[in-house]
Design a protein around this ligand. Structure first.
Ligand SMILES: [Cu+2]
Length: 239
């Protein structure tokens, strides 16, 4: 290793913890490239994120692609449905790479920054985040080996001036609400074909969280997005 390489490696290792310590000290991180902690009063939408492992050793986040609009405040409801500890870290790919190198050196390190959460198996938590800048960012789990096993993916923040829909990867499907069971968090929907799930038009029971449930009424015509959340078909978006 050349002297220059050693020096720049040292600089990297010294700079990163100083940055982390700064945001721990006062509890208010400066605005990062990806944005800043959001206010619960400003939440524009809620995204349910799950972390899991597959039998063949892959580690996954769902949904895989996340697309937001500059200025949007998002509540991430994150659940670890796996059997190992995982993290959800929002940052630039470069910052995640830096943190990953640090975690390889200090495996016991836990992130306590507002853009990250670490969850034990079965645990859930949330991050409320305001995306302050347009750009291509990343979510990742930086626990040793997890990133390489598949635990990272794109977070695209669109400039609000474009006319692109909020959810680029989701297709809204028409349906009507046949039954509601708010207490059980279940809604029966007579729906058209769900292209993303490869499911034909039919009448089916979906899960829905409280926020979605509160916006539904029996007999209502809706446009919605359904996806698998913790193995249950769930209404994840409602127009
Ligand atoms: Cu992980």
């Amino acid at each position: 290793m050349s002297r220059l390489t050693i020096l720049s490696t040292l600089t990297l290792l010294l700079a990163a913890p100083a940055f982390a310590a700064g945001s721990h000290a006062d509890g208010h991180a400066d605005v990062m490239a990806i944005g800043k902690p959001g206010d619960a009063a400003d939440i524009d939408r809620t995204i349910e994120v799950t972390m899991s492992e597959t039998d063949d050793g892959e580690m996954l986040f769902a949904p895989r692609d996340m697309t937001f609009t500059k200025g949007e405040t998002v509540k991430f409801l994150i659940t670890n449905v796996g059997e190992q500890e995982h993290e959800f870290v929002l940052d630039t790919p470069a910052k995640n790479e830096e943190h990953k190198a640090l975690m390889a050196k200090f495996p016991e390190m836990e992130h306590a920054d507002p853009n990250a959460i670490r969850l034990a198996p079965g645990a859930s938590g949330e991050i409320i985040w305001t995306f302050a800048n347009a750009g291509e960012f990343q979510y990742a789990c930086l626990i040793l080996g997890h990133y390489e096993s598949g635990m990272h993916g794109p977070v695209v923040v669109n400039d609000g001036s474009s006319t692109a829909p909020l959810v680029q990867n989701a297709t809204f499907t028409k349906g009507s609400v046949k039954e509601l069971d708010a207490a059980a968090g279940k809604v029966t929907i007579i729906h058209e074909e769900l292209v993303n799930l490869d499911m034909p038009a039919m009448t089916m029971v979906f899960r829905a969280d409280e926020e979605v449930m509160a916006r539904l009424a029996k007999g209502q015509n809706i446009e919605f997005v359904a996806d698998r959340v913790e193995g249950k078909l769930t209404v994840v978006e409602l127009k």
